[in-house]
Structure formats: structure tokens, C-alpha cells
Design a protein around this ligand. Structure first.
Ligand SMILES: Cc1cc2nc3c(=O)[nH]c(=O)nc-3n(C[C@H](O)[C@H](O)[C@H](O)COP(=O)(O)OP(=O)(O)OC[C@H]3O[C@@H](n4cnc5c(N)ncnc54)[C@H](O)[C@@H]3O)c2cc1C
Length: 427
């Protein structure tokens, strides 16, 4: 539960009303008298697709760690999501294939959570925020510039689509949560600051997703362990069963989609869709690179302005970290605001550095696959560890908890696991 702030600010502005922006607004409403979310889309009234979040058609797993943060920020939201169609799920009781089928073993802990479409999750968050008097939504407004004043950002300029008239909004704290195509680097340059350096780790993979008729089926994730890279995931959500395929060459038509599934190493996905029909077309997506904008290392940073979510760092979506990492940043924002909110005195710069610290581990996890190609020790260690998963419940449990971010990846370097990995290699 968030604690009320000892020192309240007057007005906070949030650029972008998607996952990071909505969670940020929740936290800000405890520390500011007014919070305005400025979103370029008009929100649909139901849980439905909107153009500002094109990736929402693809499977979006909120990892267990992310579910815990969301449930803490919005008490009772889990029950509401379940009532609106989200599905209870034990992520321990699932079919995973990492070079050998990992069935649910009796010794496995239960990893209880839920799954739903990205659209339902966002819609439910909006319903919760609509109940909060301090929060208002400004829909259909695209932020076009930041307003600078005395080494600080003091507001934004925005414009409605198909409208030439700009409007200006001022605030004590401006939060950029406008996603992977954020204009902050450009805005900083226009304000006389230096644009941040970027680290880019391309993945080369693309996504193809299709919705099928609903059928009760476990969560399935299966992937090839030798080239070409091919991953398939099946997850039931409130409106059907989503089949997501990712690979070097993602399928674009019916025939290629079927062919891709036929050639996955485990038949689970083939079985899952055997008796059901597709109810959507195939949607593709190509922006899957890991990209980190290093705002934390800029020598000069304006007061009154912070950046969160995909606007700071995007991850290879294959590991499902993006929303959870955004939620963790918002948790951090709450702690920082609670400890010391004053406009000025380097608050925003300190926050941006803390965000960078929080990003370090998820970044290693997301880029490990690419790093494996260059770091032979990491490659050999992970490859051997993965061969242990189907037969070693202890390694399996820890691996799953690391994947869901409820345990640090350092757990995979626990001496007992290191010993088992080296024993396997020697054999
Ligand atoms: C194919 C794919 C699959 C993924 N799967 C998962 C998954 O399984 N689990 C997971 O956790 N993450 C997943 N992700 C990552 C996840 O989508 C992002 O991490 C998450 O959406 C980040 O949220 P955000 O709020 O920072 O940005 P976004 O969700 O991108 O939202 C940005 C918002 O800002 C608005 N906006 C943009 N510019 C402006 C402007 N100038 N003015 C006003 N509004 C603006 C947009 O309309 C939008 O509403 C996946 C990503 C992709 C591409």
C-alpha cells in the first residue's frame, strides 16, 4: 500500500497514458494535488485495441513480480480482472520446452497468478484511476514540446490531431512515459541539453500473432535450441487463445503460420490449436531490439522532469519483462517521492540514476542470448543449465522464479547450481 507523502506538490503531468503512465499516475496522486495524464489516443470505452500501443495485440505476460506490484498499487484489482475474464494461472503448472519438455512435477512450487490481454489490463487500470479525484485524463492530445525555464522543465506543449492550435500545460513534475518512440532525446537537444548515448542490442527476431477460439489449455512456451530461432507461446486470455510465434523469419500468411508451428520442437502448440479455428488475422511486429537511453549519465539534467518505462529502456519482448520493469520503476518513484520530494535540488537526476541501477539486471537477462554469442563462458553455462531443466526440479524451480523476476538472476549462480552445471558438463 502506498503511504501518503509528507510534502505534497501541486501538479504532475504524465506524457503517455499506457502501462508506465497509468501506474505512474497512481503513485503521483499520493504526492501531488493534481495529476494530468496526456494521451495522444482517444481511449476505447471497452478493453480494445488502440493505435498508440500497436504491440498490445501480441501476447503480454505480466510476470509474477509485476503482478505483485500492480496488486499492491491497486488493492482488489486481481478480483476485478478475474471477474472481467482474466484467467487464474499456475505458471509452475505449464508446458515449457527448453531443449526438452519440462512438465509440471509434483515437487514444483505453485507460481500462482493470472493472465489476460494487454487491452484488459490497461482498461482495468484506467477504470481504477477514473475513481481517483486527483487524476484527470487529457485524451487525443499529442505532446509536441517540453517547456524549459531556468534549467528546469516547467510544462509541455500539446496539440490535438487535425488541429493547428497548441496548448500549454504547466506542472511541478513532468513524467515522460511515452514509450519506445519517445521524443525526449530530441526535446532535450532543443532545450540546450545533450542527447543521451544509446546502447542498442538488436535481436533480429520478429513476431507473428493470431487469436484462436477459446479452449481450456495450459500455458505453453516452446523454442528451438538450434538455428533457425523459433519460439511459440500459447496463452488463454479473456477473449480466446493467443498464439504468438517469434523467430528470424516470422510467418506472414496462413500457410507459413501452420508450417512454423509444425516445425516447433514440441507438439504442444500444434495440439492446442488442433480443434479450434483462428478468429483474427495474423499480426506482425518487428521492433524487438533492446535499447537503453542513458539519461543517467548526462552531466546536465533538467529539474522537474523524469523518464520512465519503454521511453528509457526497451527489452527483447521474448522474456516478457517490459511491463514488470516499468512497474518496478514506478515503485521506485514512489519511494523516492516519499523520501524527498522537492522541486530542484537534483531530485530528478538522482531518480534517473536509480532507474539505471534498477535496469542493470533485467538488461543482462534480456541481452544474455545475444551476449552468449560473444561470451563463451556465459554461453556454455546457460546452455548446460538449460539441459538440466527437464530433469532437475530444483534448478527448474529457481529458473522459473528468476524468469518471473521474483528471484534475482544471481540465484542461478548459487554454488549448488554451479556444482550441478559443472558436474553435467564434465559428464
Ligand atoms: C511484440 C511485443 C510483445 C511484448 N510482450 C510483452 C510481455 O509479454 N510482457 C511484458 O511485460 N512486456 C511485453 N512487451 C513490452 C511492453 O509492451 C512494453 O514494455 C510496455 O508497453 C511499456 O509501456 P510504456 O507505458 O512505457 O509504453 P507504451 O505501452 O508503448 O505506451 C506509450 C503511450 O504513450 C502514448 N504517447 C506516445 N507519444 C506521445 C505523445 N507525444 N504525447 C502523448 N502521448 C503519447 C502512446 O499513445 C501510448 O499510449 C512486449 C513488446 C512487444 C513489442
Amino acid at each position: 500500500m502506498i503511504q501518503p507523502s509528507p510534502s505534497e506538490g501541486t501538479h504532475a503531468l504524465v506524457i503517455g497514458g499506457s502501462i508506465a503512465g497509468l501506474l505512474a499516475a497512481r503513485v503521483l496522486s499520493r504526492h501531488f494535488q493534481h495529476v494530468t495524464i496526456i494521451e495522444r489516443d482517444h481511449y476505447p470505452t471497452n478493453p480494445a485495441f488502440r493505435p498508440g500501443v500497436p504491440q498490445s495485440r501480441h501476447i503480454h505476460i505480466l510476470l509474477l513480480r509485476g503482478q505483485h506490484v500492480v496488486e499492491a498499487l491497486f488493492p482488489g484489482i486481481k478480483e476485478k480482472l478475474l471477474k472481467n475474464g482474466a484467467i487464474r494461472r499456475d505458471y509452475g503448472n505449464a508446458i515449457y520446452y527448453y531443449g526438452g519438455r519440462c512438465p509440471a512435477l509434483p515437487q514444483l512450487p505453485q507460481l500462482q497468478g493470472w493472465s489476460c490481454s494487454r487491452e484488459l489490463l490497461e482498461w482495468q487500470l484506467r477504470q481504477e484511476l477514473a475513481l481517483c479525484e486527483r487524476i484527470c485524463f487529457l485524451e487525443g492530445q499529442e505532446v509536441t514540446d517540453l517547456l524549459f525555464e531556468h534549467q528546469a522543465v516547467c510544462g509541455v506543449r500539446s496539440r490535438a490531431r487535425n488541429d493547428q492550435a497548441d496548448q500549454e500545460l504547466r506542472g511541478d513534475l513532468i513524467v515522460d512515459a511515452s514509450g519506445r518512440f519517445s521524443k525526449t532525446p530530441q526535446w532535450l537537444k532543443e532545450g540546450g541539453y545533450v542527447a543521451p548515448k544509446e546502447t542498442l542490442v538488436p535481436t533480429g527476431i520478429g513476431y507473428a500473432t493470431r487469436l484462436y477460439e477459446a479452449t481450456p489449455h495450459p500455458f505453453v512456451a516452446t523454442q528451438t535450441t538450434t538455428p533457425p530461432r523459433q519460439t511459440g507461446v500459447v496463452m488463454s486470455v479473456e477473449k480466446g487463445m493467443v498464439v504468438g510465434l517469434a523467430g528470424d523469419d516470422p510467418p506472414e500468411d496462413d500457410e507459413a503460420f501452420r508450417h512454423f508451428i509444425e516445425h516447433l520442437p514440441d507438439p504442444a502448440i500444434r495440439e492446442a490449436i488442433r480443434d479450434v479455428s483462428p478468429i483474427s488475422k495474423i499480426y506482425g511486429y518487428r521492433h524487438t531490439e533492446n535499447r537503453w537511453c542513458h539519461f543517467e549519465s548526462l552531466r546536465h539534467w533538467p529539474e522537474g522532469f523524469i523518464v520512465v518505462g519503454d521511453a528509457v529502456c526497451t527489452f527483447n519482448p521474448l522474456y516478457g519483462q517490459g511491463m514488470t520493469v516499468a512497474a518496478l520503476q514506478i515503485q521506485l518513484l514512489d519511494a523516492c517521492l516519499h523520501a524527498s520530494w522537492t522541486r530542484g535540488r537534483g531530485f530528478t537526476r538522482r531518480f534517473q540514476r536509480k532507474v539505471a541501477q534498477a535496469l542493470a539486471l533485467p538488461w543482462i537477462m534480456a541481452t544474455a542470448t545475444e551476449a552468449r554469442r560473444t561470451h563463451w563462458l556465459v554461453q556454455r553455462y546457460l546452455d548446460t543449465l538449460i539441459t538440466l531443466l527437464p530433469t532437475n526440479p530444483n534448478v527448474w524451480r529457481i529458473f522459473l522464479e528468476v524468469v518471473h523476476m521474483v528471484r534475482s538472476p544471481r540465484a542461478l549462480l548459487d554454488p549448488s547450481i554451479v556444482f550441478t552445471v559443472f558436474a553435467r558438463r564434465r559428464r
